[in-house]
Write a protein that binds this ligand. Structure first.
Ligand SMILES: O=C(O)CCC(=O)C(=O)O
Ligand SMILES: [Fe+2]
Length: 291
C-alpha cells in the first residue's frame, strides 16, 4: 500500500495508507473514538520532519480529522515549523482584539476571564472566502482539577447520517457566513470578512461531503425565506451540537498538541474551570500545501 495515497484527489479512508512502518518506527496510534480522532505518541516535533513524514502527518489528519500529538514540550519556533507543513499562517482579522501578535497566538483564560475563546460550536473563521484549513493548539497550562476539555463533531459523518431527502434538499443550498460575533463580543467595526459557502461543502482533499454550517458564523440560507432559513439552520445546529454519536470530548494532557481539520470538524471549548488558569498556544493555517 502506498503510504502517500491520501494526497489530493484520492479518497482517504484506508488505514493501511497511514501505516507507521518506515516513517515513524517508535510511534503508536490510538483512536480517540470509533468514528474519528486519533492520538499519537513517540514522535518528536522539536526537530524538522522529513518530506515523507510531513506527507504522513497530512494524511493522518485527513483520515482522522482530529489528531493529538502527545508530549510535545516544544517552543514557538518548532510549533511554527510543524504548522508550516500544513499551510500558511493565517492572521485573524481581529488579531489585536483576540490577542494575536504573531503566527502563534496565546489562548489564555484565568481568574480574570468572564469567557473563554471558542465557547460555542463552530469551525474557525468560516466567514472567510477561504476559511482556515487546519488549526493547532498546544496546551502548556492545564487547570489543576481537570476541565477545559474541547468537544469535536465530525461533520463528514454528520452529513453521511442525514436522510437521503434532506441530503438532496441541502445539496442545492448556499449559506451566508459573517463575523458579527466580533462586533458583538469585541466591539469590532469596519471590514470584517463575510462569505457565502455551499451548505454541503466537499472536503478539498478527501472529496467527501461535509455539513458546512455552524452556530457562530452561519447567518442564513440564501435560497430560502427568512423563516425557512431560520428553521433549517436551527435544526442543523441542534443536530451537530446534540448528536453524541459523531462527537468526541477531548481531555487534554499537558504538552499535547492537538491538530484539527477545520473543513471536516467543528469544535466547542468548555469553560468549566474558572477561576483556574488554562493557557495554550495556537496556530491557524490556510491554503493547503500539496506534497
Ligand atoms: O480552547 C480550546 O479548546 C479551543 C478554542 C478554539 O475554539 C480555537 O482555538 O479555535
Ligand atoms: Fe475555534
Amino acid at each position: 500500500m502506498n503510504k502517500m495515497n491520501l494526497e489530493i484527489g484520492t479518497p482517504p479512508v484506508d488505514e493501511d495508507a497511514i501505516a507507521l512502518e518506515g516513517v515513524f518506527e517508535e510511534a503508536r496510534i490510538e483512536r480517540l473514538s470509533p468514528v474519528f480522532g486519533a492520538s499519537i505518541t513517540g514522535v518528536d516535533l522539536s526537530r524538522p520532519l522529513t518530506a515523507e513524514q510531513q506527507v504522513w502527518f497530512r494524511n493522518f489528519l485527513t483520515r482522522y480529522k482530529v489528531i493529538a500529538i502527545r508530549d510535545q514540550d516544544i517552543g514557538h519556533e518548532a510549533l511554527e515549523r510543524f504548522a508550516s507543513y500544513f499551510g500558511e499562517p493565517y492572521t485573524h482579522p481581529m488579531a489585536a482584539a483576540v490577542g494575536q501578535t504573531s503566527a502563534v497566538n496565546e489562548l489564555r483564560a484565568d481568574e480574570k476571564s468572564t469567557a473563554a475563546f471558542g465557547e460555542t460550536w463552530h469551525a474557525d473563521m468560516t466567514s472567510e472566502e477561504s476559511p482556515p484549513t487546519v488549526t493547532m493548539l498546544r496546551l502548556a497550562v492545564l487547570p489543576p482539577h481537570g476541565g477545559g476539555d474541547t468537544l469535536f463533531a465530525d461533520t463528514v459523518t454528520a452529513y453521511e447520517r442525514l436522510s437521503a431527502p434532506l441530503k438532496a434538499f441541502l445539496g442545492g443550498l448556499t449559506a451566508r457566513h459573517n463575523s458579527g460575533i466580533f462586533s458583538e463580543k469585541y466591539g469590532a467595526s469596519g471590514n470584517l470578512p463575510e462569505a457565502i459557502h455551499p451548505v454541503i461543502k466537499n472536503h478539498p482533499i478527501s472529496g467527501l461531503p461535509t455539513l458546512f454550517v455552524n452556530t457562530r458564523f452561519t447567518k442564513s440560507i440564501v435560497e430560502l425565506g427568512q423563516g425557512e432559513s431560520r428553521a433549517v439552520l436551527e435544526y442543523l445546529f441542534h443536530y451537530i451540537a446534540e448528536t453524541p454519536d459523531f462527537q468526541l470530548r477531548f481531555r487534554w494532557s499537558k504538552d499535547t498538541l492537538l491538530v484539527w481539520d477545520n473543513r471536516s470538524t467543528q469544535h466547542c471549548a468548555i469553560f468549566d474551570y474558572w477561576p483556574h488558569t488554562r493557557v495554550g498556544y495556537r496556530v491557524t493555517l490556510y491554503e493547503p500545501k500539496t506534497a
